[in-house]
Design a protein around this ligand. Structure first.
Ligand code: PLP
Length: 386
């Protein structure tokens, strides 16, 4: 009984309003009604990426959009510099290497952000692109994209800046144009409050002009941008997700992006206060790099994070994020992004607190209470529409 708590850091809770929009009858994707829908969605999407340039949409997961960013801009054997921030940055590097790119990885400890100062030594003339994950979903660490841009500018280096904003778009401040990003990779199932199934590339003028020679067909931006001018796609688009996307974008506009960011910042701060109140550690070791869309919580030695997650699912019907890659069993992740409000956070933290205690993890009293005190004392948003 009652609602399941889907508190993984994506896919996130889909608002009923978006579900209802998706439930409309499927229409002709070559007809006039769909052309109008495409035009409206593509225009509104620019707002959330904060760009005046094109946003290319794919029926894909985020991984497809990663691949699209690389095959459209790079050539076989090109060198790319990539920051290791966690599991997802590692997967993106592996994908790049499989495509025949030479990947120079700036190593990281999975607890700190990408360090722009590390770029200076690596920016040899043959570097074609720099890849960074803005919000590393496996660790809850945010990297400073504007500082990475600045490091490239200071070096006067022409490399393209490719950024994954999959778990920050529509949740945390992100500005494609102002931050000088060349390709921004996003997808539907996190801050955009949609089910999985759509991937995005926001593309700068420089990236459009700077096309690589890697083989591409399905992912090729050109035929998509060309068909989009008339409101269509060169393949069958995910018509019903487009309805949902329009509704989700309207919801974000109604709340206002700055308010959306502030809501996420506030929920993230409350969550960290709960974690500290329990006497546990937030995985992110630098407060400047805290993620506002998720928090990874480190368990004391001898305690299995997945056993805690299992117990919480069985007893309280709440899903939390698992530890990925080298963090398996060591951390669990609390997603506090997307369609989410104070009481949903209160319920989430109560479930975590009860679950930790039931699993025998030694915690201090008052973690959830510390979060509630912070919520009480700081101005929050009004109720969210469902
Ligand atoms: N990049 C980041 C930061 C992610 O969090 C994810 C998935 O969670 C991906 C890429 C891969 O996206 P997908 O699983 O939709 O292919």
């Amino acid at each position: 009984m009652g609602r399941h708590f889907l508190q993984i850091p994506g896919p996130t809770n889909v608002p009923d309003r978006v579900l209802r929009a998706i439930a409309q009858p499927t229409i002709d994707h070559r007809g006039p009604e769909f052309a109008r829908l495409t035009g409206e969605v593509l225009e509104r999407l620019k707002g959330v990426f904060m760009t005046s340039g094109p946003v290319v949409c794919y029926p894909s997961s985020g991984t497809g959009a990663w691949e699209a960013a690389l095959v459209n801009t790079l050539s076989p054997g090109d060198k790319v510099v990539a920051f290791e921030t966690g599991h997802f940055s590692t997967l993106w590097c592996e994908l790049a290497a499989r495509l025949g790119l030479v990947v120079d990885v700036v190593p990281g400890d999975w607890r700190h952000a990408a360090d722009p100062a590390a770029l200076a030594d690596r920016l040899s003339p043959d570097v074609a692109a720099v890849m960074v994950v803005h919000n590393e979903t496996s660790t809850g660490v945010r990297s400073p994209v504007p500082d990475i841009r600045e490091a490239l500018d200071r070096a006067g280096h022409p490399a393209l800046l490719l950024v994954d904003t999959i778990s920050s778009l529509g949740s945390m401040e992100y500005r494609h144009d102002d931050w000088g990003v060349d390709v921004t990779v996003g997808c539907s199932q996190k801050g955009l409050m949609l089910p999985p199934g759509m991937g995005f590339n926001a593309v700068s003028e420089k990236a459009l002009a700077h096309r690589g020679r890697l083989p591409r067909s399905y992912w090729d931006w050109d035929p998509i941008i060309e068909a989009n001018r008339r409101g269509f796609f060169p393949y069958t688009p995910p018509t019903n997700l487009m309805y949902g996307l329009r509704e989700a974008l309207i919801m974000l506009e109604e709340e206002g992006l700055e308010a959306v960011f502030a809501r996420h910042d506030r929920h993230a701060e409350a969550t960290r206060r709960a974690v500290r109140g329990w006497g546990l550690e937030v995985l992110c070791a630098d407060e400047r790099a805290y993620s506002s869309s998720l928090t990874a919580v480190v368990l004391p030695d001898g305690h299995d994070a997945d056993a805690v997650r299992r117990l919480i699912l069985e007893r309280y019907d709440m899903s939390l994020g698992t530890g990925l890659g080298r963090l398996a069993g060591r951390v669990f992740r609390i997603g506090h992004l997307g369609h989410f409000n104070d009481l949903m956070l209160a319920g989430t933290l109560s479930g975590v607190e009860m679950g930790l205690a039931a699993a025998g993890v030694p915690i201090k009293e008052g973690g959830a209470r510390a979060a509630l005190a912070y919520l009480e004392g700081s101005e929050g948003s009004a109720g969210l529409e469902v």
